[in-house]
Design a protein around this ligand. Structure first.
Ligand code: ADP
Length: 498
C-alpha cells in the first residue's frame, strides 16, 4: 500500500508540538509493517537548520494560488531511522521565516501559505513515480487536500484512485480565514456554503477536510466522542457528528528511538525499569546544575512541560502551585512558552518561591528530556487534551502523571485506587473537575503515594513496562486504510452534498 502523509510539521525537521512527533513517527511505523510511505511538509527555515542533510531536487513547478502562480521548489531528505522519503515544499517568501505559523500572532498570509503547501503537495504527488492509495492529511494546514483530490485532481492518474484520510490533532485550531481567501484556493465558489467550506461566514480549512475526506480520525477514542458535541467540537460538532460513521480515534504512539531512557542521548545516564535510581539521580543532578542550584532538591520533583495555552490548564497550575508551594512537600519545575499572560504569572511564581518553583520560558528539547528523566510526577491539568504525549513520555521515563480526565488522558491513564494499585493496572492520578482544588487533591494523593517507597516503586516499574510505542498505533492506521480502500471500492461514487 502506498501512503502519502501531508503534515505542516514533523520531528526532527520542524516542531511546535505533538503533531510533529506524530508526523515524524507514523510514517516510519507504517514502513516497518510493510507500507510504502512518503511524507510531504513545508521547507521552513528550521528544516535547513535541523542538522540533517537536505538535497535540492530537479522538481520545480508553479502552483496557482488565486490570480498568481507561486513557485514551489522541492527538496528531499529521508526520515531518520527509516527509508521514508521526505519531500519539502520550498518557497522562500512563504516558508523562510523565523517561526512556523507566526510569533504571538498568526502570519496574516497563512491561508495563502497553506493553500500553496497543500496544492503543491498534490502537484508533487501527481508527479512522483507511482500512484498513491491513501492521501493522509494532518490538521487544518492539510484540510484542503481531500477537497483538492475530489474536485481538482480527480483526473490525475497518480491520484485518481487515492482515498483521503483527515486527522484532527486539535479541534481548537481550524484554519479560519476571511471569505475572499476562497478565491485563492482555486475551488469553485459554489462550495463556499454552510455544508462544505464555509463556517460563520469564513473559509474553514479543517471543516473542508472533515466534509470531503473519505475517513476522519482523531488521536484518541474519548476525544473522538468529545468532538461530536459542544464544547469539544469547537463549533464543528455538527459537522463531525454528521460524519460519525467514518470517524475513529487512534491513540498516538511515542517514538522510542527518541524517547527511551535506555538510549536517550539527551540524558546524562541511561536507565531501565529494573533500576531507575542511578539514572534518575544523574538527571536530577544535571537538571539542578542547569537551573542554577548547587545540588538537587531531595523533595519529590513535580514538573510540567508544554505549550502555555489555555488548553493546557496553566491557570489551574499557577493557582494550585500558589496554594501549595509554601507547604514544602515538592519542588516544581515548569518548561513552556506561549501566552504572555501565563508566562508572566509563572515568572512571578518562581520569583515568589525561589528554591521551590523553577520556571524556564522557552522551547528546549534537551531540557524537556532531562525534566522527564528527573521527574517523579508530571502534571497535565488540561482543559481538553486530544491525546497528549507528555503522559506517555512520563510512563517511559518512570514519572507518574497527574492528569485531568479528558480526551486521550482518559484513554491512557488509569487512576490509582486501592484496587488498581493492587491489581497492577494503576498508572497515574486522575481528577475530574476543572479547578485548582481538584488538581491539588490529586497531587496530594500522588505525594502521599510517593511517601510509601515500596508502593511508588511498584507503580514506577509497572508504568515503565507499558508499551505505547508506535507499533500498535501504526497497525491501527494500516487497518483503517485497508477498510477505507475496501469501502471506496465497494461504493466509489461518494459525492459530498452541495
Ligand atoms: P500539544 O501537541 O498539544 O502541544 P502534546 O502533549 O501532544 O501537546 O505534545 C507536546 C510535545 O511538545 C511534547 O513532545 C513536549 O515535550 C513538547 N513540548 C511542548 N512544549 C515544549 C517546550 N517548551 N520545550 C520543549 N518541548 C516542548
Amino acid at each position: 500500500m502506498r501512503v502519502l502523509q501531508v503534515a505542516s510539521e514533523a520531528a526532527p525537521f520542524a516542531k511546535t508540538g505533538g503533531l510533529a512527533d506524530v508526523a515524524g513517527s507514523l510514517p516510519a511505523a507504517l514502513e516497518r509493517i510493510g507500507c510504502d510511505c512518503t511524507l510531504i511538509m513545508p521547507a521552513y527555515r528550521q528544516v535547513f537548520e535541523a542538522g540533517i542533510p537536505i538535497e535540492k531536487t530537479e522538481l520545480v513547478f508553479d502552483v496557482p494560488v488565486g490570480q498568481r502562480h507561486l513557485r514551489a521548489e522541492i527538496f528531499r531528505s529521508t526520515l531518520p531511522g527509516s527509508n521514508v522519503p521526505v519531500y519539502f515544499v520550498g518557497n522562500e517568501a512563504c516558508f523562510g521565516r523565523p517561526t512556523l505559523y507566526g510569533g504571538g500572532h498568526d502570519y496574516p498570509d497563512n491561508a495563502e501559505r497553506f493553500i500553496l503547501f497543500s496544492r503543491a503537495a498534490m502537484e508533487l504527488a501527481g508527479r512522483l513515480e507511482k500512484p498513491f492509495d491513501v492521501l493522509h492529511g494532518h490538521d487544518w494546514q492539510a484540510g484542503l487536500i481531500p477537497a483538492y483530490r475530489r474536485l481538482l485532481y480527480q483526473a490525475w492518474p497518480m491520484l485518481a484512485h487515492a482515498v483521503t484520510v483527515q486527522t484532527i490533532h486539535n479541534m481548537a485550531y481550524q484554519g479560519t480565514f476571511w471569505h475572499w481567501d476562497m478565491l485563492l484556493t482555486g475551488i469553485d465558489w459554489k462550495y463556499f456554503n454552510w455544508k462544505q467550506m464555509e463556517c460563520h461566514g469564513q473559509l474553514n480549512f479543517l471543516k473542508t477536510g472533515l466534509v470531503f475526506a473519505d475517513a476522519i480520525t482523531t488521536v484518541s477514542p474519548t476525544y473522538a466522542r468529545e468532538i461530536t458535541e459542544a464544547p469539544g467540537g469547537c463549533g464543528l460538532e455538527g459537522v463531525v457528528a454528521s460524519r460519525a460513521e467514518v470517524l475513529s480515534g487512534i491513540v498516538n504512539g511515542i517514538d522510542t528511538t527518541v524517547w527511551d531512557p535506555q538510549s536517550d542521548p539527551l540524558i546524562p545516564r541511561h536507565y531501565h525499569a529494573a533500576d531507575t535510581s542511578s539514572g534518575k539521580d544523574a538527571a536530577r543532578i544535571a537538571l539542578a546544575a542547569r537551573l542554577g542550584h548547587p545540588a538537587p532538591d531531595p523533595r519529590p520533583l513535580v514538573s510540567f512541560v508544554g505549550r502555555l495555552a489555555e488548553q493546557k490548564g496553566v491557570d489551574l497550575l499557577v493557582e494550585m502551585i500558589a496554594r501549595v508551594a509554601a507547604n514544602g512537600r515538592a519542588h516544581f519545575v515548569i518548561l513552556g512558552t506561549g501566552d504572555p499572560g501565563h508566562e508572566e504569572a509563572l515568572r512571578r511564581l518562581a520569583a515568589t518561591y525561589p528554591g521551590t518553583v523553577d520556571v524556564v520560558i522557552g522551547f528546549d528539547e534537551l531540557l524537556a528530556h532531562l525534566i522527564q528523566a528527573a521527574s517523579d510526577i508530571v502534571l497535565m491539568p488540561s482543559r481538553f487534551e486530544p491525546c497528549g504525549l507528555s503522559q506517555l513520555y512520563a510512563f517511559r521515563y518512570g514519572a507518574i502523571p497527574v492528569v485531568r480526565a479528558t480526551g486521550g488522558l482518559v484513554d491512557t491513564v488509569v487512576d490509582a485506587t486501592p484496587e488498581s494499585l493492587a491489581n497492577g493496572t494503576a498508572s497515574g492520578f486522575v481528577f475530574e473537575s476543572y479547578n485548582a482544588v481538584a488538581l491539588e487533591q490529586a497531587l496530594t494523593r500522588a505525594l502521599d503515594a510517593h511517601a510509601d517507597a515500596a508502593t511508588w516503586q511498584r507503580l514506577v516499574t509497572s508504568v515503565m513496562q507499558q508499551d505505547w510505542s508506535w507499533d500498535t498505533s501504526g497497525r491501527n492506521y494500516l487497518e483503517l486504510y485497508t477498510q477505507v480502500l475496501a469501502r471506496s471500492q465497494a461504493e466509489p461514487t461518494f459525492e459530498p452534498e452541495t
